[in-house]
Design a protein around this ligand. Structure first.
Ligand code: PLP
Length: 451
């Protein structure tokens, strides 16, 4: 192993890293990134990488976009900060809310700003509880998420998340959060079962859970259109229409977590459109500003807004909000980001390169290590297995996914290894066809080395 750089040593001495094996990090040290351009980032030694994960599923417009830099700088010069508390407002906030309302995949009424996906989903929970209190239904409070779903890391959002690493030793989940089955066709479908049958079974299981808990106690269901961090899991055909029928039967709200799928990722402006979801409320973040600054939003429908206003009329202040809710500089960057998505037809761009992405993904699915290669639009994953025929996973201690990710870094590609030896790809949406080819060439070499 090469000696650690001075920066790496300083990192080890000072930084507590999120989502990192803190023990091994002391030996391996960090990858210190210095700059980025287009889909590429460069580390402190000058080595180039394709950012195959768009950062953390977020830098949709890639790096070094001068229009976004300029939007931030000019807003900073004009009004560097103003909040939205106590009825104050500012034009980037208003403009962003208008734009989101116009394109949202629900019957959008109002937009509440936050700084992250976790805060968005935390806010969703609070709004659902507030809503049911306003409607005089104080017992209707349980929220159902899904095993392997990812919704963030605040106390409540981490409780929604259905991954063991987010619960173990954090004393989570909190009360009133439940999990239903993960609709993972590759692992969950039984022999002879069609996708439609599997979807019916998933919906029946949700129905049973709601019946068991008591429909009067269940307030909402939350789902990512395609699960990201849980392993890029694309639900079976007809899944959401069947789920929605169950939710409607029991008067349960549908929360759509678009934090990864929003803004073109699946080849539609929102994942809900690609998946046929009909949500009441929507969470967005990440690509909302192409991750140039932290900003997110919760987009609610009119019944939720009306109930929230009624409650506020009764009790006074609506007591929720962050200092940086709708920060004007982040909002100005998000406005510019949405303008670019529209002007440059980001959805059209995704649909023009995604056939190449799919072709290369399918081809890499033939690799001896790959049990399944799956994807939609510009998100994809390989599920690596010890035995293709039986789908037998690798012994988890072998860390095959992590090894592939490490070799990929050596080959100049950043991707993400997740639990279950799943390796994800989620490049900036501005990637070209030849860059897609280059990305898969690098991935292929990494897989060959990991064999
Ligand atoms: N929801 C989804 C679907 C996500 O993928 C993420 C983060 O990856 C979050 C919520 C949490 O967002 P943040 O990390 O910005 O809090």
């Amino acid at each position: 192993m090469s000696p650690l750089s001075n920066l790496a040593v300083r990192d080890i001495e000072t930084v507590l890293h999120p989502y990192t094996n803190l023990a091994t990090h002391r030996d391996t040290g960090p990858m210190v990134l210095e700059r980025g351009q287009g889909i590429y980032v460069y580390d402190s030694s000058g080595k180039e990488y394709i950012e195959g994960m768009a950062g953390l599923w977020c830098t949709a417009l890639g790096y070094g976009n001068e229009e976004l830099v300029e939007a931030a700088a000019s807003q900073m010069r004009r009004l560097s900060f103003s909040h939205l508390f106590a009825g104050k407002s500012h034009d980037p906030g208003i403009e962003l809310a208008e734009k989101l309302k116009a394109i949202a995949p629900n019957e959008a009424s109002k937009v509440f700003f936050v700084n992250s996906g976790s805060e968005a989903n935390d806010t969703q929970i609070k709004l659902v509880w507030y809503y049911n209190n306003a409607l005089g239904r104080p017992n209707k409070k349980k929220i159902i998420a899904r095993t392997r779903g990812y919704h963030g890391v605040t106390v409540a959002a981490a409780s929604l998340t259905g991954l063991p690493a987010n619960h173990t030793d954090f004393d989570l989940p909190i009360a009133n959060i439940l999990h239903t089955d993960c609709p993972h066709p590759y692992r969950g479908m039984e022999a002879g079962e069609s996708e439609e049958d599997f979807a019916s079974r998933m919906a029946a299981s949700l129905d049973e859970l709601i019946q068991r808990e008591g429909p009067d106690t269940v307030a909402a269901f939350i789902a990512e259109p395609v699960m990201g961090a849980g392993g890029v899991i694309i639900p079976p055909k007809t899944y959401y229409e069947k789920i929605k029928a169950v939710l409607d039967k029991h008067d349960v709200l549908f929360i759509d977590d678009e934090v990864i799928c929003g803004f073109g990722r699946l080849g539609t402006m929102f994942g809900a459109e690609a998946m046929g979801m009909k949500p009441h409320t929507v969470s967005v973040a990440k690509a909302l500003s192409s991750a140039y600054l932290p900003i997110g939003a919760v987009i609610i429908d009119d019944p939720m807004y009306q109930a929230t206003v009624d409650e506020s009329r009764k009790i006074g202040t609506f007591g929720h909000g962050y200092t940086y809710s709708g920060h004007p500089v982040a909002a100005a960057v998000a406005v510019k980001t949405l303008e670019i998505y529209e002007r440059d037809d980001i959805v059209g761009q995704v649909n023009s390169v995604s056939p190449t992405f799919k072709k290369r993904l399918d081809a890499i699915g033939e690799h001896p290590l790959t049990g399944q290669a799956r994807g939609l639009g510009l998100i994809g994953a390989l599920e690596l297995v010890a035995d293709k025929a039986t789908k037998r996973p690798f012994d988890s201690k072998k860390g095959v996914g992590a090894r592939v990710a490490a070799f990929a870094e050596e080959e100049g590609l950043i991707l993400r290894a997740m639990a279950g030896d799943i390796v994800a790809l989620c490049p900036p949406l501005v990637i070209s066809e030849s860059e897609v080819d280059e990305m898969f060439d690098r991935l292929g070499r990494a897989l060959d080395r990991a064999e």
